[in-house]
Design a binder for this molecule. Structure first.
Ligand code: AMP
Length: 542
């Protein structure tokens, strides 16, 4: 017997319809490429998203066709989020930090028909447009007056002229909620990049779960600053969760330096911000130098890479800001776990709470997870056993776009490539990417643990721990360190700093100081590149 409730497909258009009707005056504030601060409302965004939909119809773009963006976080990008997906096309957010050759490869692989780009990226578009063989329409996210006369890009139009002439009346189409809505290519450290293809259903369920109190806890009282780019896994679903809850949105545009981010938090009364650790590192540095304080910021979600405990402590102890340490991946839309306390933790003292907060957190409803040994047998949730982490759920991928790489699932579970422990309360702790784990004398050393200790030293700005071949122990850890500007620490002092903080055999054999650790297009440390750079390095003997 079927239930007798209305069957309404979960479509992205419903989120912007909701925001317009219930939070029409809700603010969307953007620092623009043009340099100024732009203000509009959900009502404006809704109307302009419908203009985008009409403009795509006028181009005769088919259902499911891909519309690519090369854009910062801003209101025009938000309009494309809703206008492109809402009208049944697929939003493909290209990562401008990739090499132009990779952008060409990805745009051709996804068969993009339209490319909408911020003027900042005009040089990239000039360099790649002739090789992007499927793109028929190039649209610069600016007004007609700002369009360069001699761009060399055939048929280049300004966004404002392209969509501005369209009606803001439009009836969003109804279709199967499992239809594709957006796509994002993974960084692809090995082989070609592969795309996660999200659906309307997966996007809505993910945004819904992400907004819950024990996840990102979003509400109409929030002012939300996604520093995480809208080209990286849909800015962790924040544009959707915000539309669902009516939260104010604050977009940083291209200005991601510590000062610009801090100033925006203060001027727009931001209560909740989201970003990777490297961004917050810059902002905390700026605040420490100037003796600055937050007036309104209450919490920040940090993920994408392990958040060093020293950063969680700095936010919490020095600035009274709660850090939500979160874990996820492109293949998971991306949210998997978020670290919030349970009732039993609230009476604990600060150091016990911190021991919980440094973990990557509990699974949110919708994501099931397990850890397994080399033979695939499930390991206990005892906080000690570590193994390969597998996940499943309605916003976890089943396969990659165009079936690239074959079926990734193992008995219905997606192998994340991460190694983790899970404690009896269900808190996940990532020990490593499986390829970064260091094997020393038959025991495993977590590179993240070593990095976290190094990062707690006041002179260390960034640390990467990698395994080096060792004749006796197989591998031994060394820690590669970037010092804070003007700060000093010697190799010996840093090694001594490890004493008492970890088992003796887990202390690195050496410290290598360098000017910068290579970061990938999504701000993660590129250990493969680092290993290449250090290929002639010899471990100290003795
Ligand atoms: P991406 O798909 O590019 O977002 O990368 C996902 C990967 O980033 C995960 O599989 C993890 O290896 C890593 N990652 C994400 N969040 C965290 C975190 N909080 N701690 C440690 N690693 C993380």
């Amino acid at each position: 017997m079927l239930g007798l409730m209305q069957s309404q497909p979960l479509l992205i258009s419903s989120m912007i319809d909701f925001a317009e009707r219930h939070h029409g005056e809700g603010e969307i504030v953007s620092r623009r490429v043009e340099g100024d601060i732009h203000r509009c409302t959900y009502k404006d965004i809704a109307g302009r998203s419908r203009q985008v939909a009409n403009a795509l119809d006028a181009m005769k773009l088919a259902f499911g066709d891909r519309v690519a963006t090369l854009a910062w976080n801003g209101y025009r990008h938000l309009e494309l989020y809703f206008g492109v997906s809402g009208s049944g096309r697929v939003l493909h957010t290209l990562n401008p930090r990739l090499h132009p050759d990779q952008i060409v490869w990805i745009a051709n692989h996804s068969e993009d028909q339209v490319l909408c780009f911020d003027m900042t990226f005009l040089p990239i578009v000039k360099a790649v447009h002739a090789r992007c063989t499927t793109i028929k329409h190039f649209i610069a996210l600016c007004d007609a007056a700002s369009l360069p006369a001699d761009s060399g890009i055939p048929g280049l139009q300004s966004y404002e002229a392209w969509m501005g002439s369209q009606a803001s009346k439009y009836t969003w189409p109804e279709f199967d909620e499992n239809s594709a809505s957006s796509m994002c290519y993974t960084s692809g450290t090995t082989g070609n990049p592969k795309a996660a293809l999200y659906s309307h259903r997966s996007t809505i369920l993910h945004a819904w779960a992400g907004a819950m109190p024990d996840a990102l806890n979003m509400s109409a009282r929030d002012s939300v600053l996604p520093v995480v780019p809208m080209f990286h896994v849909n800015a962790w679903g924040l544009p959707y969760s915000a539309a669902m809850t009516g939260a104010k949105m604050v977009f940083p545009g291209p200005a991601m330096d510590g000062k610009s981010i801090f100033d925006l938090i203060e001027s727009e009364n931001v209560t909740f911000a989201a970003g990777v650790p490297t961004v917050w590192q810059m902002m905390l540095g700026h605040m420490q130098q100037g003796g600055l304080r937050f007036s309104t910021l209450k919490r920040t979600v940090i993920g994408g890479s392990a958040c060093p405990p020293a950063m969680i402590a700095a936010f919490n102890d020095d600035y009274g800001v709660e850090v939500l340490h979160a874990w996820g991946m492109t293949e998971m839309s991306p949210l998997g776990t978020v670290c919030t306390l349970k009732n039993k933790h609230t009476a604990m003292d600060a150091s016990q709470k911190m021991a919980v907060r440094i973990k990557q957190g509990r699974g949110i409803y919708g994501v099931d997870m397990k850890i397994v040994d080399d033979l695939g047998a499930e390991l206990p949730w005892d906080g000690k056993a570590f193994g390969d982490l597998l996940v499943k759920g309605p916003w976890v991928i089943r396969e990659y776009f165009k079936g690239e790489g074959g079926s990734p699932l193992v008995n219905g579970w997606f192998p994340t490539g991460d190694v983790a422990t899970i404690d009896p309360d269900g808190y996940l702790q990532i020990t490593d990417r499986s390829k970064d784990v260091i094997k020393s004398g038959g025991e495993w050393i977590s590179s993240i643990d070593v990095e976290n200790i190094a990062m707690a030293h006041p002179a260390v700005a960034m640390a990467a721990c990698i395994g080096m071949k060792h004749p006796k122990w197989d591998e031994r850890p060394v820690v590669v360190v970037v010092k804070k500007p003007g700060a000093e620490v010697s190799r010996e002092a840093l090694l001594a700093f490890f004493e008492g903080k970890t088992a003796k055999w887990q202390i690195p054999d050496d410290v290598i100081f360098i000017d910068a650790i290579p970061l990938g297009a999504t701000g993660k440390m590129q250990k493969v590149k680092l290993r290449e750079t250090l290929k002639d390095y010899q471990l100290p003997t003795a």
